[in-house]
Design a protein around this ligand. Structure first.
Ligand code: ATP
Ligand code: MG
Length: 364
C-alpha cells in the first residue's frame, strides 16, 4: 500500500477553464501525465461540488461539464493516459464523505480560509448551504478514494489538502492504516500560485468574471489584454510605473520566456530590463500590453485550435467521460471496501463475525 504514485485533481464545472487554471494546475498535470513518473492519473469534473453553491442553477453546471472536458482535451490531457471522470457519477464518494464527516469538527471547518473568502464572495454569510460549508470534507473523499499521493493545484487549495491530510491521519489512527496522505504540488513559479484577474483582483475566477478563457477567440484575448489593470498612477508614458499589483507584469512573470523577446520585443534583452525601464519611466502600458498579447496568442492559439477539433465530435467526448467514470468507480469502490472493513461495517462479507456472534450466543 502507498507505493504507487497517483495524481488526482479536478475542476468545478462553473465555467470554461481560464489561464489561471492553466498556469495553476492544468499545465502541470499534462507534464506529469506525460512524464512517465506516475502510475495513475485521475482528473475529475467536480459537478457535485459545483452544485453546492449553484443548487438553483443545475443547467449551468450541466452545460459546463462538456466545456471543461473540451478544455481538458485542448490542453493535452489524454484519456489513454489519464482517467477523466465526473464526480457525481461515483456514488462511493458520497459514502466516504458521510463517514469522514465524523472526523472533522464544525470549528475546524470554520477556520478554513479559502471557504471563508468564498462565503464572503457569494454573500452566503447568513445562509451558508451545509453542503458548501462541508465541501472540504467531500474533497477529502475525492482525493483519498483514489489513494492520490500528489495533488497539483493552485494555492487556494492548500487548506483543502491540509484538511484531507488531517482526516487521513485521524482515520488511520482510529481504524488502522488504510488511507494515503496526499502531498500538494504547487506551481514553482510564484506568479502562477494564484493568478490575479484581468481587473487586478486577487484571483482570476470564473465566479468573478475577470478571466481570459482558454477558448476565447484571438480578438477576445487581444481586447482583454488591452484593457487589463496596470498601475493607475502611471498616467503619462514618462511617469515612473509600479510593478507591484500590476497585472500585466504578473502575467509576464507567469508566461514570458526569454525567447519571446527575440520574437516580439527585440529592443529589450530580458524581462528584468523591461521592468527596469517601466519603473524608471518612459515605457508606456500599451507597448507592454502588446508584448503580453503576442505571448498569450502564441500560448493559446494551439489550445484553441485543438479545442475546435474536439468540438467536432461531442458524442465521443461524452463516451470518453463515460468510460472514465467506469474506471474511476471501480477504483473508488475498492477503497470503499477497505474503509468499510476498517470501520467494522462490513457485516456480510465477514464470515468470522457471524461465527463469533453465534458462539457468543451459545450456539455451536
Ligand atoms: P470557482 O470560482 O467556481 O471556484 P475557480 O476559477 O476558482 O472557480 P476551480 O474549479 O475552483 O476554479 O479551481 C480549479 C483549479 O484551478 C484548482 O486547482 C485551483 O487551485 C486552480 N485555480 C483556480 N483559479 C486559479 C488562479 N487564479 N490561479 C492559479 N490557480 C487557480
Ligand atoms: Mg474555486
Amino acid at each position: 500500500m502507498g507505493k504507487e504514485k497517483i495524481i488526482l485533481t479536478g475542476d468545478r464545472p462553473t465555467g470554461r477553464l481560464h489561464i489561471g487554471h492553466y498556469v495553476g494546475s492544468l499545465k502541470r498535470r499534462v507534464e506529469l501525465q506525460n512524464s512517465g513518473l506516475y502510475d495513475k492519473t485521475f482528473i475529475f469534473i467536480a459537478d457535485a461540488q459545483a452544485l453546492t453553491d449553484n443548487i438553483d442553477n443545475p443547467e449551468k453546471v450541466r452545460q459546463n461539464v462538456i466545456e471543461v472536458a473540451l478544455d481538458y482535451m485542448a490542453v493535452g490531457l489524454d484519456p489513454s493516459k489519464s482517467t477523466i471522470f465526473i464526480q457525481s457519477q461515483i456514488p462511493e464518494l458520497c459514502e466516504l464523505t458521510f463517514y469522514y464527516m465524523d472526523l472533522v469538527t464544525v470549528s475546524r471547518l470554520q477556520r478554513n480560509p479559502t471557504v471563508k473568502t468564498e462565503i464572503q464572495m457569494r454573500n452566503f454569510e447568513t445562509s451558508i448551504p451545509v453542503g458548501f460549508f462541508t465541501y472540504p470534507i467531500s474533497q477529502a473523499a475525492d482525493i483519498t478514494a483514489f489513494k492520490a499521493t500528489t495533488v497539483p493545484v493552485g494555492e487556494d487549495q492548500e487548506p483543502m489538502i491540509e484538511q484531507t491530510r488531517e482526516i487521513v491521519r485521524r482515520f488511520n489512527h482510529i481504524y488502522g492504516d488504510t488511507l494515503v496522505e496526499p502531498e500538494i504540488l504547487l506551481p514553482d513559479n510564484a506568479a502562477c500560485l494564484r493568478l490575479p484577474g484581468t481587473d487586478g483582483k486577487a484571483k482570476m475566477s470564473k465566479s468573478l468574471g475577470n478571466c481570459i478563457y482558454l477558448s476565447d477567440t484571438a480578438d477576445e484575448v487581444e481586447k482583454k489584454v488591452k484593457s487589463m489593470y496596470t498601475d493607475p498612477t502611471h498616467l503619462k508614458v514618462s511617469d515612473p510605473g509600479k510593478l507591484e499589483g500590476n497585472t500585466v507584469f504578473t502575467y509576464l512573470d507567469a508566461f514570458c520566456k526569454p525567447e519571446h523577446f527575440g520574437r516580439y520585443l527585440p529592443d529589450y534583452p530580458n524581462l528584468d530590463e523591461l521592468k527596469a525601464h517601466y519603473t524608471r519611466g518612459g515605457l508606456g502600458d500599451m507597448k507592454v500590453k502588446k508584448f503580453l498579447a503576442a505571448i498569450m496568442q502564441e500560448e493559446l492559439t494551439p489550445i484553441r485550435e485543438r479545442r475546435k477539433e474536439f468540438e467536432k465530435d461531442i458524442p465521443a467526448i461524452y463516451e470518453m467521460l463515460r468510460k472514465g467514470c467506469e474506471t474511476a468507480r471501480t477504483t473508488a469502490a475498492a477503497t470503499l471496501d477497505e474503509v468499510r472493513k476498517a470501520m467494522k461495517i462490513n457485516y456480510f462479507d465477514d464470515t468470522e463475525l457471524i461465527a463469533e456472534q453465534a458462539q457468543r450466543f451459545g450456539q455451536r
